[in-house]
Ligand binder design. Structure first.
Ligand SMILES: Cc1cc2nc3c(=O)[nH]c(=O)nc-3n(C[C@H](O)[C@H](O)[C@H](O)COP(=O)(O)O)c2cc1C
Length: 391
């Protein structure tokens, strides 16, 4: 297995991660929906944009990535997006990412389908661990989760709004990766060829979703808790829920998955503090535009009233500067940090974070922007018609 410390970029970590887990797990992480055009669209949105360097600026004496978000100063302008089921890709992976984020002073968003509990996160990373809520069909469960997060003083609640129904993930269907599992012989044989992953799996089996355990029938094992979750998710959340959550949760409230100007305005009117503009990493609607493409209009409409963040397709430090220059205050990454933790556990997560930090430093110096929070639209290339992306 190639060494993590030889990786020079995030894609190198992906390549190692791919070898480490069975195909059905890799496909679950990597996959999109339908024809997977959205995956391409997300990354292309960044590739189509260019940064115009400003030279003759002192970038030698200081480079400052520090960014303030919801009253706290983080070491950079990006954090770790919520991803569910990490314990099945790398045993203990949620907390590995959480500790790596805390130690690097960036936020970590625990998924509403995490394996570790919000209690463990809050004890480990009280200032860095945010919670992402998947609203259960039984609203008393969602409300209880919000109360738990509140009692734990979790600083930010992120409510994901873009999973009203299950999506057509054809890789999973082909691999028989669903509830119940219907694994073909080839899929099973492939899993047998992944000794690191297999060892974990043989020792502990399917990972428990600890946040949900208390709502499932008493004595439920991990699989039964999963069955219970499947009775609660996915489902639609409505504006009535948002209104209710706003009343229950007094600290910063963020909606993740808003892609429309009218929805953004309505959220701002309801007192929502921030948005993560996102198409869920192209895992829900293959025809959704990229978050980067819709961000400028949302920024123009509500940028002065809400904190705007973005995720989807960010793979390079330069992508983070492009997002900031396009109106984002903060950026999140989903798959790339997963590659790190799957490839190399906590050191792999640390490595992924370090790669991004170094890449951002390089680009800041190269474009003449020594203070990251000064990265604005003047660094984007605009053509004569005022467009900043190649069609
Ligand atoms: C394996 C995986 C699991 C995910 N699980 C969740 C989740 O539980 N909750 C959620 O809001 N988003 C989830 N997402 C979406 C991410 O939070 C994020 O929006 C997306 O990964 C960003 O795109 P990127 O992977 O290109 O960075 C998941 C994404 C992946 C790849």
């Amino acid at each position: 297995m190639p060494a993590i410390d030889k990786c020079v970029n995030l894609d190198d970590l992906r390549v190692i991660a791919k070898k480490r887990v069975p195909k059905l797990i890799y496909d679950f992480i990597e996959g999109g929906v339908d024809d997977e055009d959205g995956l391409v669209r997300n990354e292309d949105a960044f590739r189509k944009r260019a940064l115009v360097p400003r030279y003759m600026v002192d970038v030698t004496s200081k480079l400052d990535q520090s960014t303030e978000l919801f009253g706290r100063t983080f070491s950079s302008a990006w954090g770790i997006a919520p991803t569910g089921g990490i314990g099945n890709y790398r045993r203990g992976g949620d907390m590995m990412l959480c500790r790596a984020a805390r130690d690097a002073n960036i936020p970590f968003i625990m998924s509403g389908a995490s394996n570790a509990s919000m209690e463990e996160m809050a004890a480990t990373a009280p200032d860095h661990g945010w919670y992402q809520l998947y609203t259960a069909r039984d609203r008393s469960i969602a409300e209880d989760m919000i109360r738990r997060a509140d009692d734990l003083n979790i600083p930010v609640l992120v409510v994901t709004v873009d999973v009203p129904t299950g999506s057509n993930r054809e890789r999973n269907r082909r691999n028989g990766f669903g509830r119940p599992l219907k694994l073909s012989l080839a899929t099973k044989l492939d899993a047998l060829r992944r000794p690191f992953w297999l060892k974990d799996y043989m020792e502990t089996g399917i990972a428990m979703c600890h946040n949900w355990q208390k709502y499932a029938p008493p004595g439920s094992n991990a699989d039964q808790v999963g069955d219970f979750m499947a009775t609660q998710l996915p489902n639609s959340i409505t504006w009535k829920d948002v209104e209710n959550f706003r009343k229950l949760w007094k600290r910063p409230l963020v909606l993740k998955g808003v892609m429309r100007v009218d929805d953004a305005k309505r959220a701002a009117d309801m007192g929502v503090d921030g948005l993560i503009v996102s198409n869920h990493g192209a895992r829900q609607l293959d025809r959704a535009p990229s978050a980067l493409d819709v961000l400028p209009a949302i920024d123009a409409a509500v940028g002065d009233r809400m904190t705007l963040m973005l995720d989807g397709g960010v793979r390079r430090g330069s992508d983070i500067l492009v997002a900031l220059a396009s109106g984002a205050k903060f950026v999140f990454m989903g798959r790339p940090t997963l590659y790190g933790v799957v490839a190399g556990g906590e050191p792999g997560a640390v490595k992924a974070i370090g790669i991004v930090r170094e890449e951002i430093n390089k680009i800041m110096a190269q474009v003449g922007c020594p203070v990251l929070r000064d990265c604005g639209p003047d660094f984007l290339y605009w053509d004569q018609d005022g467009r900043n992306a190649r069609p």
